[in-house]
Design a protein around this ligand. Structure first.
Ligand code: SF4
Length: 367
């Protein structure tokens, strides 16, 4: 390799090595005059052995480690600033990023699995009126290292006994703060690292992307990845959906449902429809019947979630009888319906709520 090429590689500005895809790492190591196997070695240290600093990678020569450090490369992770345990077992992890933006992840233990709910943006521009992240307004997109960092830190905590007998995260859902499909390129890189056996090694059947309904993004995702899809639907008419989810004005129900109908599912898989029930807004028997009609022909399972209203929310939790009646109508129309408990309500675990509390403590702003 020429002296100039090596110099060019060394003069790049400071970069977290965990922001490189595998192919980019291959280019980097070859640019630094190393053999391609070094990329696999680095990747293994990042994602299998959980290295937190260049000097932890002890089977990599000191010379190459120094070359990386002189080139201002480093290994960085989001800083864990707090954890909150719910009475129902849910644990919230609060992180601070290098630019002091704050995000959160949530660990949700269930009978046979432990799901990590990951944030993809620090804030959200979509402004759903029932969601505290939306109320905070847009933040920036997270980058690859920040999303893998959420998994890395959560995995370490679980291994160290955060949840007593549970030692392994089995599922990952991109359902924390932000709209994953509005951060498409970085989210796709993240999915690739998540599902790469050389990377974090999750089966793609254990990874779910949850969207508020960005129709073009759904079509792209169907072409680019083979992960599970969840859609936050929450209304059965454009009028109500646009009222609570302004993105519906841009991508109304008709086009969204057509995209779901065409989504290429893996064998035996179905699209999860998330439907947050809000009193007197979307919880009537007529809504249930309309929902059954709208979803006809789409392989789905439906999660009904009674709203866990954030402080100051104009929306209310529906009566228990309404939830039961809604579910019965859908089941009679032969849908698989689960009424999901709102997990972690005592630790403000609806998306963005913990961040709101912490921001208020720090800045005097927020809910
Ligand atoms: S519900 Fe999701 S898409 Fe809507 S504002 Fe909240 S984070 Fe954004």
């Amino acid at each position: 390799m020429s002296r100039n090429r090596k110099q060019a590689a060394l003069t790049k500005k400071s970069r977290n090595l965990k922001d490189f895809t595998y192919d980019e790492l291959l280019d980097l190591v070859s640019g630094l005059g190393e053999k391609p196997y070094r990329a696999a070695q680095l990747y293994g240290w990042f994602f299998k052995k959980g290295a937190r600093a260049i000097d932890e990678m002890t089977d990599i020569s000191k010379v190459f480690r120094n070359t990386l450090k002189q080139g201002s490369y480093y290994i960085g992770l989001p800083a864990l600033t707090g954890t909150k345990h719910s009475g129902d077992g849910t644990v919230k992890l609060l992180f601070e990023l290098e630019d002091r933006e704050r995000i959160e992840s949530v660990l949700i233990p269930e009978e046979k699995r432990l799901t990590l709910c990951v944030s993809t943006q620090a804030g959200c521009a979509l402004g759903c009126s029932f969601c505290m992240t939306g109320m905070y307004g847009p933040g920036r997109n997270l980058i690859l290292s920040e999303m893998t960092g959420e998994v890395h830190v959560a995995t370490g905590l679980v291994k160290e006994g955060l949840l007593k007998d549970i030692k392994r995260i089995t599922n990952v859902v991109l359902m924390g703060m932000g709209e994953p499909l509005a951060n498409y390129e970085e989210v796709l890189k993240f999915i690739n690292v998540l599902t790469d056996p050389k990377g974090l090694g999750f089966s793609s059947g254990k990874v779910t992307v949850s969207t508020a309904g960005l129709t073009p993004g759904i079509k792209r995702l169907g072409r680019d990845a083979s992960v599970n899809l969840a859609v936050s639907l929450n209304a059965t008419t454009d009028q109500v959906r646009s009222q609570i989810m302004p993105i519906n004005k841009k991508y109304p129900l008709g086009g969204l449902l057509a995209a779901l109908m065409a989504y290429p599912l893996r064998r035996g898989k179905r699209i999860t429809i998330e439907y947050v029930l809000m009193k007197d807004l979307n919880d009537t028997p007529e809504d249930a019947r309309r929902l059954a009609r709208l979803l006809r022909g789409i392989p789905t399972k439906i999660n009904l979630i009674a709203l866990n209203p954030p402080p100051g929310s104009p929306f209310k939790r529906p009566e228990t009888e309404c939830i039961g009646a809604f579910r019965k109508i859908l089941m009679e129309a032969h849908y698989d319906v689960i009424v999901r408990a709102s997990r972690g309500s005592d630790i403000m675990a609806a998306c963005g709520q913990l961040r709101g509390r912490e921001q208020k403590a720090l800045t005097g702003k927020g809910a």
